[in-house]
Design a protein around this ligand. Structure first.
Ligand SMILES: Nc1nc2c(ncn2[C@@H]2O[C@H](COP(=O)(O)OP(=O)(O)O)[C@@H](O)[C@H]2O)c(=O)[nH]1
Ligand SMILES: [Mg+2]
Length: 237
């Protein structure tokens, strides 16, 4: 079983070296793909140095900041082209604990097509998030699962594992969302195709270093797309 961890980065120079090492420790046999959007802080150059030291790390350098969705589209396409069997996605800011990866892979091996590291199933939680972020994410997820009729508690968690054949079947490269709505788009496609999507609890820690790239525009995009998909589903029914 070949596993790859896809890691989008934008201005993560304070986190990149440590997170690459932590992932290597948690899943020593997994390769890594760093998808960097020409971070002005030099994340890519540092990732290259670490890659030379640790090995099994590829760097996908993109010319500019094109958003999380687009970074994942590129990273997943590369992972699928290279024939990996299991594909993990996670943030580079230590909000997602690499120690949770083995359990996610175990659930994949036990039959799940995809596993979501979920903040909103029993045992899951967010730590140190501002009340505003907490409320936005919690209610955003309630709205999403209600409108799209998805029996999933956390559609916007970026900490996931996918079986490659399931990811290939929903062709991530044809998604359109720019921000984290991309994550909802993938869950929706998986569920509609009848794939089993499992959730496993995670403790999400707010980042200690660097800054969030979340913006009002990205939040608005997510609300708009979820509403649009929901109306489309309603009309079809
Ligand atoms: N390549 C790339 N990575 C991004 C972009 N926006 C965010 N990221 C990365 O995606 C992950 C999640 O973003 P973050 O800013 O922490 O969002 P938050 O956790 O929702 O506040 C981090 O590893 C970021 O560096 C982008 O436009 N391009
Ligand atoms: Mg983050």
């Amino acid at each position: 079983m070949r596993t790859v961890v896809v890691l989008p980065t934008y201005n993560e120079v304070e986190n990149i070296a440590a997170i690459l090492a932590a992932i290597r420790t948690a899943v020593p046999s997994a390769d890594l793909i760093v998808v960097d959007d020409h971070s002005p802080d030099g994340t890519a150059a540092l990732a290259e140095t670490v890659a030379a030291e640790l090995g099994q790390i590829k760097l996908l350098r993109r010319p500019g900041k094109h958003g999380l969705g687009s970074a994942y589209r590129n990273g997943f396409t590369m992972a699928l082209d290279e024939g990996y069997d299991r594909i993990v996605s996670m943030d580079a800011d230590f909000s997602h604990d690499p120690a949770a990866i083995p359990e996610m892979l175990r659930l994949i091996d036990n039959g799940a097509a995809a596993v979501i590291g979920s903040r909103y199933v029993p045992g899951g939680m967010t730590v140190n998030w501002s009340p505003w972020r907490r409320m936005l994410s919690r209610w955003g997820n309630r709205y999403t699962s209600f409108v799209l009729r998805l029996d999933i508690s956390d559609c916007t968690s970026g900490f996931r594992a996918y079986r490659a054949d399931a990811l290939r079947a929903i062709s991530p490269s044809t998604t359109t969302a720019e921000g984290y709505a991309f994550l909802t788009e993938l869950v929706r496609r998986l569920v509609r195709r009848g794939f089993t999507v499992a959730e496993t609890p995670i403790v999400f820690l707010d980042r200690e270093r660097g800054t969030s790239k979340m913006s009002g525009r990205i939040i608005a995009e997510s609300m708009l797309l979820v509403t649009r998909w929901g109306i489309r589903d309603f009309v079809k029914r």
